[in-house]
Write a protein that binds this ligand. Structure first.
Ligand code: PMV
Length: 368
């Protein structure tokens, strides 16, 4: 798959200013992507549930540049109304890297207004929601000027591909429900270059899932995920890990088709612990879990043992715990979380989220 297209240059007579706006959600990986190569290509396939409450709203305004301007791409980024120079520079270089795919980028100056629904201090990565929102905005601009991404599949696949170039896990946020990314012999059309929607292939119960994100610590993490991916290149367990992820993907897909919550939960928790074991076996080793993360896991296991309720945890590259459970056990699960787990969270804070329907175009409003 190659999205390079030198023909996407807008005729001077049609150049005009405008804006597009997308809301795009974050996602939580069940099979984790950890380790990459080339240009944001994953070492193993991953699968995630798309969230709802944790999302980014991005408005991308574009204004024609005067004359043929070969100078650097101009992109001003405002986070909650405040200009962020660091993000402006990063966005400009991301847009520059996309020129072979969207040559029209150099015909405009850009202004980007972005807002995350979750506080920065919540320790939730905003890269998946933020990069997918921006990728969707760029595809909308292409669509407005060229009308060549008419089928939803084409539009979403390209948005997923472009989002991946910004942040790997962002490519999965383009689809609601469940999405997978990475070549797997068990899924037709799967690719390392973009994600695929899995919603038609999974049991309804997973679409009712809650994800309560327990904020064990709001501190900035000590090792970024970029550095974490890089450390996998020297990790002695890297190859067995990638084989393990592939095998788990196969088992998970079957469990999700059949609605087998037990197998889902077992794989989900094993993946979280494998991810953190990889961090502990990197050189130098590092640890992102906090004491309260481990205490919360033990309390959850005891609760499950006693009640039999299908409530499972997963963890991303940080100390916070995501508690996943189907809607049918929401009442006892929430009661347990409130009484036993919230005291372990910083400021007793958590975000109540659920599996969501995927991104939403806010402007131009296509329903109007
Ligand atoms: O997309 P990145 O480069 O921020 O990496 C994300 C890695 C994990 O969140 C830990 C796992 C995943 O698959 O989302």
């Amino acid at each position: 798959m190659d999205y390079k297209n030198p023909n996407l240059v807008i005729d001077q007579n049609n150049l005009q200013e405008g804006k597009v706006r997308w809301r795009s959600p974050s996602n939580i990986a069940i099979i984790k992507y950890w380790g990459k190569h080339g240009v944001q290509l994953p070492r193993n396939p991953s699968l995630s549930l798309t969230l709802d409450a944790a999302h980014t709203d991005t408005t991308l305004s574009y204004r024609p540049r005067q004359g043929v301007d070969q100078s650097q791409i101009q992109a001003k980024v405002y986070l909650d109304g405040k200009e962020e120079e660091k993000f402006s520079a990063k966005t400009a270089s991301y847009l520059e890297s996309l020129l072979p795919i969207f040559p029209f980028i150099k015909q405009f100056d850009f202004e980007l207004h972005t807002h995350n629904s979750f506080p920065h201090s919540a320790g939730i990565a905003s890269s998946a929601s933020g990069m997918s929102a921006l990728a969707l905005c760029l595809c909308s601009i292409e669509d407005q000027f060229f009308q060549n991404l008419l089928k939803d599949d084409d539009f979403e696949r390209k948005a997923s591909y472009v989002a991946r170039l910004g942040s790997g896990s962002a490519c999965r946020s383009v689809y609601g429900g469940a999405a997978m990314w990475g070549k797997s012999g068990h899924v037709e059309n799967s690719s390392d270059e973009y994600a695929l929607p899995l919603n038609d292939q999974i049991h309804e119960v997973f679409k009712t899932f809650h994800d309560d994100i327990l904020l064990i610590s709001k501190k900035e993490k000590s090792v970024s995920s970029r550095a974490g991916h890089a450390l996998m290149e020297q990790n002695p367990y890297a190859d067995p890990r990638y084989a393990q992820a592939r095998q788990r993907m196969y088992q998970l897909l079957q469990a999700m088709q059949q609605g087998d919550l037990d197998v889902f939960g077992r794989i989900c928790e094993a993946e979280a612990l494998s991810l953190h074991a990889l961090m502990m076996t990197s050189t130098p080793p590092y640890l992102l879990l906090e004491g309260n993360t481990i205490e919360a896991i033990k309390r959850l296991w005891a609760f499950r043992e006693e009640s039999g309720h299908p409530v499972y945890f997963t963890i991303d590259a940080g100390p916070n715990l995501h508690l996943l459970y189907p809607d049918q056990v929401a009442e006892p699960a929430k009661a347990f979380i409130r009484s036993e787990l919230l005291p372990l969270c910083e400021g007793s804070s958590y975000i109540a989220d659920r599996v969501g329907d995927g991104p939403l175009q806010l402007e131009p409003n296509t329903d109007a």
